[in-house]
Write a protein that binds this ligand. Structure first.
Ligand SMILES: *Cc1c(COP(=O)(O)O)cnc(C)c1O
Length: 737
């Protein structure tokens, strides 16, 4: 329609009135850029008015609705065309504009009201109250003592600090003396509302905000259920904070052992490790329980879901099995808060169906680092509870909660969790889909390059062939339609005996690989975990990428992990692919390290200057091959060390000073006072109070291999918790006597 026909004229008048009332109006003559959620995500509109007669209008309505279920959508149509609009579209539209029937001022009024309502409601409860409060410009006589930042202005460093972060940060940095915002410790007021809102969004019965990371959330959960001397069933692939929780609650841990593949990537815990029989045996055999207390039931079982490498479980099946041995199941979902928002993860996360609450089910806890893969400030974390046999009584649970909370929580962190909930509520599906889409594009591109390459190329840890219903069996990964890979979980589930995952005969569907956690494999190993003649240890590629400003999440001997988080921008991975090409080119040319890794050469010129990239790769590969580092690690991580004392007892020896630092070469069957956690894979090899085993045993052999590696390759040292590398030796704290 044009400005000279009656409809165009009416529309112009409406736009004019909207502008007059202070709204900003953007117009377009087509639906380009509105028909897929990835672009509507950036629409930034308070209300959308769409002409039904435009091609793509129906797609635009659903794309807009997918990223935002609150924004008002007005459809311009003729009353007679209403019957032709699909029911799906009808259900997503808020109002209709009959240009020829209603007056322009009436229509403009409706649109204006909708935009204002949206503006008012778009903010989640706590952030809304905080934003309102910091606009009020009160005089404050309470902490924090910088009083809206003014204290900083009294010194030059303070002024620079103030300018760097800007006024708003300081105006909104409040203390619990500000009653209007409620209290995190009592879960009251707007802060309590925000927790209840998050509980709705994340599907729990109860949700708690924690401003000191999932490290603290884990400690709260475990301390709330385990009395001193209680038994806990623990995933050996657990985060350090679980060790701390065990220490603080004086628990006696027994462990479930996850699988590992030839690359040293940790896999799922097999169901047999969770079974009543195994758990009973572990408890019977536990020297710390004296062998006779076999009636002890674990107070809680904790499983890391997903693992760092993206292995996620059939959570219902895990609950069923663990529910036989314990009343509380804890899923540590630090890396996995998004799972609920995309059907690809159906059934694979803790807070699945609030309706399944019941006396016959175990109580389920999930702890999530909101800051890790959603959009929130560092340290933002949530505890979610689904009630079951162990009833979580809020007033009692809160005693543990407060023990770990500060009485001065950071309000910006709390507000960021509130906003994160809102984002996932309105656009969770589209946001997660974008990460998945990008990760799959990267994965297929890498596979395609590999298929087309004459020489070597990086592999990605994923199935190489898939059976695709309409296409056939054994379709190459790169040829599987993108649409299927991003939406069909069966492309990612691990089938028993598949060579690519290497976790053996795990039951079909027990575990799935999360596509957004992408492990790139460097040459050097085959699927069976045997070294190949040609190898490029991951450490070298990591150092190269680092030099180019690309920082990965973590790496192993021949694998590097990249996360496709929600912050990923379209095509960001293109740069990564380019750098891989560049690495290969430099490698093939035999470039010298002085050019490729200048920072490393500057630090250790006599070691590396003049050496070529292939030379370093060969030397390092030979080193790993000779000590069989990866296989020895698999043996060390594949057995449970003997327990001499609980983590709590080891800790008490430590603070009593009854410990000594011992050179690794001198250690023979000692009890460690601190956990020993080599990176990679960041999983405890020894928990505090466990025995190292004999000098020739797998644990000490592995640590000696790492020590030898670190001596030979300065600048590539492993970063192992609980181990100090000093004067060319590993030193470990052991209990005296
Ligand atoms: C990072 C992590 C934690 C701790 O989370 P923070 O938010 O960093 O304190 C706990 N568990 C797992 C599995 C993690 O990876």
């Amino acid at each position: 329609m044009g400005a000279d026909d009656p409809e165009g004229y009416a529309l112009d008048r409406i736009v004019g009135m909207l502008l007059e009332s202070g709204l900003d109006v953007r117009t377009s003559v087509d639906t380009d850029g509105l028909t897929d959620p990835a672009s509507t995500m950036h629409l930034d509109a308070d209300v959308v008015i769409l002409d039904w007669r435009l091609p793509g209008a129906a797609d635009a309505v659903s794309a807009i609705r997918e990223v935002d279920h609150d924004v008002g959508i007005f459809l311009i149509a003729e009353p007679s065309s209403l019957g032709g609009i699909p029911v799906d579209t009808l259900s997503m539209v808020n109002e209709y504009v009959w240009l020829m029937d209603d007056s322009p001022s009436f229509i403009a009024g409706r649109i204006d009201a909708s935009a204002r309502r949206y503006r008012r409601d778009v903010l989640p409860p706590m952030f809304s109250a905080l934003a309102g409060f910091s606009e009020d410009y009160e005089y404050s006589w309470h902490t924090p003592g910088h009083t809206a930042g003014t204290a900083f202005l009294k010194s030059p460093a303070g002024r620079l600090f103030y300018d760097f972060f800007g006024e708003q940060l300081f105006r909104s940095d409040l203390s619990i003396s500000v009653g209007e915002l409620g209290s995190l410790l009592d879960h009251s007021g707007p802060i309590g509302d925000a927790e209840r809102y998050a509980s709705d969004v994340f599907g729990s019965d109860l949700t708690y905000f924690v401003t000191n990371g999932t490290s603290t959330s884990n400690r709260v959960v475990h301390m709330s259920v385990t009395p001193p001397g209680g038994v806990e069933l623990v995933d050996r692939n657990c985060h350090k904070s679980i060790e701390h929780a065990l220490t603080m609650s004086h628990a006696v841990p027994v462990y479930m052992m996850p699988t590992r593949n030839g690359y040293g990537i940790m896999g799922p815990i097999p169901p047999a490790e969770m079974s009543e029989e195994t758990v009973r045996d572990r408890i019977m055999d536990c020297p710390l329980l004296g062998g006779v207390r076999h009636k002890d039931r674990p107070t809680i079982a904790v499983v890391t879901n997903s693992t760092y490498d993206g292995v996620c479980y059939d959570a219902g099946a895990v609950e069923d099995i663990l529910g036989e041995v314990t009343d509380c199941v804890h899923f540590d979902e630090a890396w996995y808060a998004y799972a609920r928002f995309n059907p690809l993860y159906a059934g694979r996360y803790a807070m699945r169906d609030p309706g399944s609450t019941g006396e016959d089910r175990p109580t389920v806890f999930a702890t999530q680092s909101t800051h890790k893969l959603l959009a929130a400030l560092s340290q933002a974390s949530m505890i979610h509870v689904r009630q079951g046999r162990h009833h979580v009584e809020p007033s009692l649970f809160n005693e543990t909660y407060m023990m770990h909370a500060s009485t001065s929580p950071q309000y910006a962190i709390i507000a960021s969790m509130d906003v994160s909930s809102k984002m996932m509520d309105t656009g969770g599906r589209a946001l997660t889909q974008e990460s998945i889409d990008e990760a799959v594009r990267f994965r297929q591109t890498m596979a395609r390059i590999r298929a087309d390459s004459e020489g070597w190329w990086f592999r990605v840890w994923q199935p190489e062939h898939l059976d695709v219903p309409e296409i056939g069996e054994g379709v190459r990964f790169e040829d599987v339609p993108h649409e299927r890979l991003v939406s069909d979980p069966s492309c990612w589930t691990m089938h028993p005996g598949d060579a690519w995952h290497g976790f053996g005969d795990i039951p079909d569907g027990w575990a799935m690989l999360d596509p957004i956690k992408v492990t790139v494999l460097t040459p050097g190993m085959d699927d069976g975990g045997n070294y190949t003649d040609f190898g490029i240890p991951a450490a070298i590629v990591v150092a190269f990428l680092d030099q180019r400003g690309i920082v990965n999440e973590k790496s192993g001997d021949y694998n590097i992990l990249f996360l496709f988080s929600m912050g990923v921008t379209k095509g960001k991975w293109g740069t990564l692919v380019s750098e891989f090409f560049e690495f290969r080119r430099l490698f093939e040319e035999g470039a010298v390290l002085d050019d490729v890794l200048p920072d490393l050469v500057a630090r250790y010129p006599e070691r590396y200057s003049g050496m070529t990239l292939p030379h370093l790769a060969r030397e390092m590969h030979e080193q790993i091959r000779r000590t069989r580092q990866t296989q020895v690690a698999n043996r060390a991580f594949g057995m449970l060390p003997a327990q001499a004392m609980t983590p709590a007892r080891a800790y008490s020896e430590l603070i009593r000073g009854n410990v000594e630092q011992v050179k690794l070469d001198d250690i023979d069957d000692r009890v460690v006072a601190t956990g020993v956690v080599p990176y990679p894979p960041g999983v405890p090899m020894l928990m505090p109070g466990e025995r190292t085993g004999k000098r020739g045993g797998p644990t000490l052999t592995y640590l000696r291999a790492l020590q030898e590696f670190d001596r030979r390759f300065p600048g590539f040292e492993h970063d192992s918790h609980g181990v100090e590398f000093r004067d060319g030796h590993y030193w470990i704290h052991c209990v005296r006597g």
